[in-house]
Design a protein around this ligand. Structure first.
Ligand SMILES: C[S@@+](CC[C@H](N)C(=O)[O-])C[C@H]1O[C@@H](n2cnc3c(N)ncnc32)[C@H](O)[C@@H]1O
Length: 192
């Protein structure tokens, strides 16, 4: 297969962007798969800040990181990604989101449009020029389509000279398959 699957492509984009020693953010730690992937990419001298609002997600992320011996390069934070600026002050090279609910848990705890947009806005400020934010958008659950639409509207209006915005999607798959939105910062964003 020449076309990468959605999750493969998300990891490919992160791999292309992140270098050892970088600081990066996992905005939705969940079971910690992406956190672990990012921890590998940043290496011993880099750092990952991983957020989730569920204790269960933070515990399973911590467990996975301990198993692979990478817990010391990750700060897991039991708080919403909309508060990222309270925890991360350094420039980051990448961030990833998986929108939706944690597989195998309560489906009521989902990412929400307002907080997702607040987080994207804060992360765009923290992002270095050349850095990337990757969103894997799951929208099949209740409330998912509203979030998808608001995210698309927000990112479609980002200034094209500052941020390149990509949508990567298989358009003939059934059952609301996830797609990717990738934001590559190409110039510093000022408030003017
Ligand atoms: C689709 S799951 C993430 C899957 C994860 N990347 C993995 O590898 O398992 C979405 C996660 O976002 C979390 N979440 C919901 N609202 C959040 C918020 N405001 N800030 C941070 N995490 C949030 C949920 O608790 C859930 O664990």
């Amino acid at each position: 297969m020449k076309l990468q699957r959605v999750l493969q492509y998300a990891q490919f984009l992160l791999k292309e962007t992140v270098e050892t020693g970088d600081i990066v953010v996992d905005a939705t730690a969940g079971n910690g798969y992406d956190t672990t992937f990012l921890a590998q990419l940043v290496g011993e001298n880099g750092h990952v800040f991983a957020f989730d609002v569920q204790q269960q997600a933070i515990e399973s992320t911590n467990k996975r990181l301990t198993e692979v011996g990478m817990a010391n390069r990750v700060s897991t934070i039991l708080d919403g990604h909309e508060n990222v600026a309270q925890y991360v002050q350094q420039p980051i090279s990448a961030a990833i989101f998986n929108l939706g609910y944690l597989p195998g848990s309560e489906h009521q705890i989902i990412t929400k449009p307002n907080t997702t947009l607040q987080a994207i806005e804060s992360l765009l400020k923290l992002l270095k020029v050349g850095g990337m934010i990757v969103l894997v958008v799951y929208y099949g659950h209740e409330g998912g389509k509203e979030e998808r639409d608001q995210v698309i509207e927000y990112v479609s209006n980002l200034p094209q000279k500052k941020v390149h915005v990509l949508r990567y999607e298989f358009i003939n798959q059934k059952n609301d398959p996830p797609f990717i939105i990738a934001l590559e910062k190409v110039a510093e964003i000022t408030n003017k």
